[in-house]
Design a protein around this ligand. Structure first.
Ligand code: SR1
Ligand code: MG
Length: 409
């Protein structure tokens, strides 16, 4: 029997014994345990251990030293500690929105957490064109509670300083610096995945647009230096588990103190990928219209609900005397919205032409359609980045998307 006093990467067969040792009372003594590896992310191994007698389950997520997406890329396994710590904190800030953490094992770099049963991965559900009318309301609450509440507006400054130290996350941030903010524009590591029919379009619109490079550089240095809030750092629809009544937000291993607009921008960009997939792939006109109008508007609704809840929480909980000075809240919100739309543009671009693509787009089988939707995405993304200071609400955001959709018809 292993003593788990030194790190090794577990296989599914190793995990039941590990759970028995680490959480002896979780399963009953006579439980018959089975385990499956269920992860489909780029970095880690995710195991579900279940008791065959009663379907009781637990998740063990272990960080590997090499990435699943690329064996050449090595990463600090400290990301497991970061994930366990932020989930524990977020459970206080936004109760019920994140899975419960049972323990973190810093030798095996493994987290034991609540299984999000009766939920499904949101990206998968969206590709099956399922509609979740409550999502904008749910995610906007999560965003305000986790972002505004960890910022200097509300959190005691010394506490926030301490927390920002706990969440220094250089390896994972470096991935974002390269994959989100640099390579999609410069391709200096030759790791971009450009869909062949759009090679010339990408060259002209992304690699040769110097005005765009300048705006991306500004956003990159904002990401590097603006320690505003404890952000999730990778809030796409693959980081949400969902059912018609509830969401869990998980997988926050990219967390660090950064600009709140990064999280907000990521999630709205990913809702636009869902729209693209629906518009490209749903054959029935009524079903297409129902799904697509929900998916498109959802991004605007998230923005408007965020603004509304941000204003209420700010007024109720503001904790710094200078943050109450007339006009500051409006100024602060303007910067968040500008970051949000800029970051949304970057996420749209990097998931389309960068190293880590999204299934919503890569699963569009018709090459001509896929090329068209990729061009819509890139055109919209560029406008969001360049015009980010002038977009003030969900309507203005949706107008840009709609204009770009029309321009490629
Ligand atoms: C090398 S990791 C590629 C991407 O997967 C994660 O989900 C992050 O989005 C990262 O950029
Ligand atoms: Mg992830």
């Amino acid at each position: 029997m292993a003593d788990y006093k030194s790190y090794f990467l577990m296989k599914a067969a190793d995990v039941p014994e590990y759970v028995r040792k680490k959480l002896p009372d979780f399963f009953s003594k006579n439980a018959i345990l089975e385990c499956k590896e269920i992860g489909d992310g780029n970095l880690n191994y995710v195991f579900r251990v279940s008791d065959k007698n009663n379907n009781k389950t637990i998740i063990i997520k272990q960080a590997g030293q090499e990435l699943r997406i690329s064996k050449e890329m090595k990463l600090s396994v400290d990301r497991g500690r970061i994930e366990a710590q932020i989930l524990t904190l977020q459970n206080c800030l936004a109760p019920g929105f994140v899975p419960h953490v049972y323990f973190y094992d810093d030798i095996m770099c493994a987290i034991a957490m609540e299984d999000m049963i009766e939920h499904e991965m949101m990206r998968t559900a969206l590709i099956e064109h399922k509609i979740f009318p409550g999502f904008a309301d749910q995610i906007s609450t999560f965003l305000v509670n986790t972002l505004l509440f960890t910022s200097d507006i509300i959190m005691d400054h010394k506490k926030k300083e301490g927390l920002s130290g706990d969440f220094i996350n250089p390896d994972l941030c470096e991935i974002s610096h390269d994959l989100v903010f640099s390579e999609p524009f410069l391709n200096y590591n030759d790791r971009n995945n450009v869909f062949e029919p759009n090679t010339e379009f990408v060259k002209k619109e992304l690699y040769e647009d110097e005005e765009l490079h300048l705006e991306a550089a500004k956003l990159k240095f904002n990401f590097l230096t603006n320690a505003q809030s404890l952000i999730h750092g990778d809030l796409h629809t693959g980081s949400v588990f969902i059912n018609p009544d509830h969401i869990f937000v998980f997988d926050p291993e990219f967390a660090f103190y950064g600009p709140m607009g990064y999280d907000i921008g990521n999630i709205i960009a990913n809702m636009f990928f869902a729209w693209c997939n629906g518009d490209a792939c749903i054959e029935d006109a009524t079903q297409r219209s129902d799904f697509c109008s929900w998916a498109l508007n959802c991004g605007g609704e998230i923005i408007d609900k965020f603004i509304q809840k941000f204003n209420i929480a700010y007024d109720e909980k503001v904790n710094d005397p200078m943050a109450s000075v007339r006009g500051f809240k409006e100024h602060y919100l303007e910067t968040i919205l500008s970051d949000t739309f800029g970051m949304a543009g970057l996420e749209l671009i990097r998931r389309t032409v960068g190293m880590a693509n999204v299934k919503d787009i890569t699963s569009i089988k018709d090459d001509i359609k896929r090329a068209k939707y990729e061009r819509i995405i890139i055109t919209a993304a560029k406008r969001l980045i360049k015009e980010r200071n002038n977009i003030k609400d969900g309507n203005m955001y949706l107008k840009i998307l709609s204009d770009c959709i029309r321009s490629q018809q």
